[in-house]
Design a protein around this ligand. Structure first.
Ligand code: PRT
Ligand code: ZN
Length: 226
């Protein structure tokens, strides 16, 4: 059919925190391509590979549905989508080939400076703003804490000051954003790096050989950078 390709399809973030390093990693693996900002697809000139440039949130689903063969994505987004799909009984499997050496961050709970926090039970019955409702729910269920959701795709860190939530559950790297918004980190609920994933769909021997070649080069590139 139209949607089957003999070329290997790899989904990467179009623009954002993972896009430069994802492109750089593939280039270091010897995959030659030129990005046209207006184009969804970039064809490699020297290998039977097509790069699909999309929003990072779309990458796990594209791999789990077998639309693309591989993807580079933050473990936080992968894990969140996996729980979401398991809940909805949608295909939720993929192979994590390896963790990469970029995209480091943590998903943490944070509360306003004046909030006296002892442990997660301090949040009992309160409202928490997040873009990661599934990872938050899993953590709170493990601690047997009931809380209320405030789902925001952006501006999560301003929710408490705006009176929309009592605390937040958001990604942190340096901590500067929390600091700038008068919040402090109380619990790390998930530690994340970028990773490279593969669809569980059966591959032709030629495509699988190409996947194996790329993975072995990724291993070499990362070892050389360590
Ligand atoms: O447009 P698209 O949907 O593709 O991009 P996006 O805006 O959803 O994602 P993007 O590019 O911001 O992040 C992509 C991935 O980078 C995330 O899913 C993480 O895996 C990883 N990553 C690493 C981060 C951060 N570090 C990070 N610091 N993602 C977001 N942040 C944000 C955080 O949300 C907060 O607003 O940076 C702020 C905190 O940073 P510090 O340094 O002030 O603590
Ligand atoms: Zn996104």
């Amino acid at each position: 059919t139209m949607t089957e390709s003999t070329r290997l399809r790899i989904a990467i973030q179009k623009s954002g925190r993972l896009s430069t390093e994802s492109q750089q990693l593939l280039k270091s693996c010897g995959v030659k391509f030129t990005i046209n900002e207006q184009r969804l697809i970039a064809h490699s000139d020297n290998m039977p590979i097509d790069l699909l440039r999309v929003r990072d949130d779309d990458i796990p689903g594209l791999v789990m549905d077998g639309v693309v063969d591989m993807g580079i994505i933050g473990e936080n987004v992968l894990e969140e989508e996996q729980i979401e799909r398991q809940t909805l009984n949608k295909p939720a499997d993929c192979l994590k080939l390896r963790q990469l050496d970029f995209g480091s961050c943590r998903l943490s709970l944070a509360v306003p400076k004046e909030f006296s926090y002892k442990d997660p039970s301090s949040l009992e019955g309160l409202r928490i703003a997040t873009s990661y409702p599934n990872l938050l729910r899993r953590f709170m269920q493990e601690k047997s804490i009931t809380y209320r959701d405030c789902l925001l795709k952006g501006s999560v860190e301003v929710a408490p000051r705006a009176g929309l939530a009592d605390g937040i559950c958001d990604l942190v790297s340096s901590g500067a954003t929390l600091e700038a918004n008068g919040l402090y980190e109380t619990e790390v609920i998930y530690r994340s790096m970028a990773c490279i994933i593969q669809s569980t769909q059966t591959q032709t021997p030629a495509k699988q050989a190409l996947i194996d070649k790329i993975l072995s080069r990724v291993n070499g590139v990362i070892r050389a950078r360590e």
